[in-house]
Design a protein around this ligand. Sequence first.
Ligand code: TPP
Length: 325
Amino acid sequence: MDEFSLIHRYFQRPENSPASSGIRLGIGDDAAILTPPAHHELVISTDTLISGRHFPIDTDPYSIGWKAAAVNLSDLAAMGAKPHSILLALTLPEANPDFLEPLADGLFALCDAAQVKLIGGDTTRGQTLSLTVTALGWVPTGQAILRSGAQIGDLIVVSGTLGDAAYALQHLNNPALDPELKSRLDRPTPRLALGLALRGYASAMLDISDGLAQDLGHILKESGVWGQIHLEDLPLSPTLAALNPEQRAALALSGGDDYELCFTISPSKFAILQSVWGDSSPPLNVIGQINARDHNKNEHPHNNLTVLYQQKPFILTQQGFRHFE
Ligand code: TPP
C-alpha cells in the first residue's frame, strides 16, 4: 500500500461532522486551513511517542492510537484550552492493515469523544514505530492557564489518582495486574472538562507526565515560589495505598504517565470550585500549599519542592522521568 492510499484508507474521514466547524480545508491538501473563532488565541502542542520508550512494544494498536491522541489533548487541557484538531506524523516499519485499523480506531475513538478532527499529517517508513501528534485548540484571549501564575498561600491540588500507570508498567508481566491499573497506562483520560472548568480559578496548571515531583517543580520554578506537599495526602488507588511510603512516593511522585492535572488555586476560589465541580469525575484533592520560602530546603537547593511525611522532610531518590539519564 502506498502512502496516499494508506492515508485515504485509515485516516481520511467524512468532512461534515459537527467537529469540522472552523476547518475550511482538512486532510488531503498540502496543508489544512483553519478559521480561528473571534477573540480566541491558538494553543498548540506536540508530543512524540516511540515504541519501547513511551509504551511497551507489545501494547495493542488501539491503545497506541488512543494514547498518542490522549497525551497531546492532555497538554491542551493543562492550558485550559478547548481542543479543536490534531495532526499525526506516523513512522511505521510496515503498513499492516491488522495493525493500522485498530490504531486508527483508537485514535479516532478519543478524537470523536472530544470532538476533535484529524486535519493532516504524514506517514513514513522507518525501523521503529513512532507517532508524533500536534494538537491545536482555542482559548479566549488572555485566559490560558500558565505554569507561572502560582501565588503564595495558594493550595496545590491534583485530579484523580497518582502512580497507577507507573505501577502497571512495573507489573506488566504479572497476570494478577488489575486491568484498571493497566488501562491507566495504556489509555489515559485527558482531563478536558476539568481543564475548561478551571479557567478563571486555577492560578497555574500543568499535566503530570514525568511525575508530580518533577512537574510540580516546573510550576514552582516558573512562578518563583516554594511548595510543600504531604505524602499522606496523595490520592492513591487501593493497590498503591497498601504499599510502604518509599514505594508510594516512587510511583506517585516520580513514576510519571499519570496525565492528571496539577494546579494551584487560592483557598477562596477552591471553595467556590468545589461547589461547582461537586462530585464530578475526576475527584480533586488538596495535597499541599505554596510558600514564600522553605528553610527546610538546604538538602535540595536546586528544587523548590518539599515533600513531608509525618511532618518531616522526605527525601526522594528520583524526581521523575528523564529521557537522557
Ligand atoms: N518505558 C515504557 C516502555 N513505557 C513507558 N510509558 C515508560 C517507560 C515511562 N515513560 C516513558 S515517557 C514518560 C514516562 C513516564 C514521560 C512522558 O513522556 P515525555 O516524552 O517526557 O512527555 P512530555 O513530558 O514531553 O509530555
